[in-house]
Design a binder for this molecule. Structure first.
Ligand code: DX5
Ligand code: ZN
Length: 225
């Protein structure tokens, strides 16, 4: 398993020139393209759908598209994004009536499957589905907007989840989303996360490569996961 992955969130990109923004952030060293889908129903914001994902794939995006569904219900969008070329799809358990079925739907479409836990959502949610998951996405802000502050109690949650994953004996990634910056990425990695979503930290700067390089330098100091 590749140790650390950086997944810039295009939520903070300039949507008027999205293809160029994605090219630029891949040139700067992105491992995944994090694609936030909001429906003004599950979360109080509205963003982009499968057509935009398909446009990026046609444009020639060379890194996997990591679709984070903040929509309710989820199953139709799972199918839409799988057909649009997504590589990884995650959803919030509160938004699906049948969580196991939605996970299976992602896997049946040959995508990697993830479950997303909000700051107040218990780890109990993953207990009976952990073995089916490729990753768990821990929200370190309440979903809906970029540029929020990292919620510190998330670190403890990541540590507990890493223990559960070790006990399962499976290689399951822990992705963290919300308020990730150069100055906190190391402590998040030391808690046990290995995949880092960062929106405003990257896209609010003019030089994306410097931010990603600085994140990697911090990650190089991590002792053990
Ligand atoms: C929030 C989204 C995040 C968002 C993170 O609901 O899921 O992916 O883009 O933005 P930052 O990194 O600015 O907190
Ligand atoms: Zn996200």
């Amino acid at each position: 398993m590749q140790p650390f992955l950086i997944a810039p969130s295009i939520l903070s990109a300039n949507f008027a020139r999205l293809g160029d923004e994605v090219d630029k952030v891949i040139d700067a060293g992105a491992d995944l393209i994090h694609f936030d889908v909001m429906d003004n129903h599950y979360v109080p914001n509205l963003t982009i759908g499968p057509m935009i994902c398909q446009s990026l794939v046609k444009h020639g995006v060379s890194k996997p598209i990591d679709v984070h569904l903040m929509v309710e219900p989820v199953d139709t969008m799972i199918e839409g994004f799988a057909e649009a070329g997504a590589s990884r799809i995650s959803f919030h358990p509160e938004a699906s009536k049948h969580v196991d079925r939605s996970i299976q739907l992602i896997l049946d479409h040959n995508c990697e499957a993830g479950l997303v836990l909000n700051p107040a959502t218990s780890l109990d949610c993953v207990e009976y589905v952990l073995e089916k998951l490729d990753f768990v996405l821990i929200m370190s802000v309440n979903p809906g907007f970029g540029g929020q502050q990292f919620i510190p109690s998330t670190l403890h949650k990541i540590k507990r989840l890493r223990q559960l994953i070790r006990q399962s004996g499976k290689e399951i990634r822990i992705e963290i989303d919300g308020g990730v910056k150069v100055d906190n990425i190391r402590s998040i990695a030391e808690a046990g996360a290995d995949t880092f979503v960062a929106g405003s930290a990257i896209f609010n700067q003019t030089d994306y490569k410097t931010v990603i390089d600085n994140m990697r330098s911090e990650l190089a100091k991590v002792h053990s996961v």
